[in-house]
Design a protein around this ligand. Sequence first.
Ligand code: ZN
Length: 306
Amino acid sequence: MKGENLRLGLDIGGTNIRSGVFSGHSLLWEYRQEARLADLCHESQPAEALKKILSILSLSIEKPLTQFPEVRTIGLAFPGFIHPLTHRLSLSPNLPGLIDVDLVTPLNAYFNRPVILENDALAAAYGEFLLSPTASGSMIYVGLGTGVGGGLILSGKPHSGEHGVAMEIGHLIVEPGGRLCGCGNHGCLEQYVSATGVAASYGVAGARVPEIAQRAIAGDSKALQAFRMGASLLGIAMAHVFKTLDVKHLRVGGGVSHAWTLMEPHFLSTLNSHLIPALRGKIQVQVSTANDHAGMLGAAMLSDPI
Ligand SMILES: [Zn+2]
């Protein structure tokens, strides 16, 4: 591997941190660390939580660097709003207390390599696009995971917006006055079609999405309804997005997308009924085939786009 331009990409999720070493778009090695950062934020004071999170991230970087010391750059796909100029984390709705913090400078200093921080859904969108580009160069990505994120690729480039919150579709309000969201508002899409949202709709303590999907397939109407409600609300939200942006391609990823067959008919019927006639039937929806590598790849490539 000597002489190769190796990049490291971290995908920081709700239950795991995954680190991938990439040569170009090829994943050479992956390290996975179980970490529930939200629990740390709930249990610790913000300063203490930040210290612990930096320590966990350091381990997720150190392990791959031990194997591949020639890695030149490090990209972190992080759940939250990242300011595009300062690269500070402005806010993370699912990691309370982390407000306007700098994760980049300490990691950059410690590992002596360029480190970038990017929104997890935007990194996943970029990774998805690189693995399977669209002819037009434009694509919308929706990540249905612990939360709901979105990413926009325009002319082959990720678009983060002027405040780093472009495509925060998880926080589009689809049920005014509905469930309380980590962002402080009520009725955000994320509260209905994320893993936690589907579980809340199902309403059986301890049931998680894979199990709820199994029950839905087996004929549990309440389980099926939980997916259908999420799918319909996603359809309404995405109709607004497509009418605003007029992009043709939609890629759906994240853990909940593994149950997409349960959701797709309701998603498409709601989407098309809410679209204007010029767009009906024209949106091309594709479920991710990136084996959940897209977030790591996108983060890695954004750390050194050349
Ligand atoms: Zn919200």
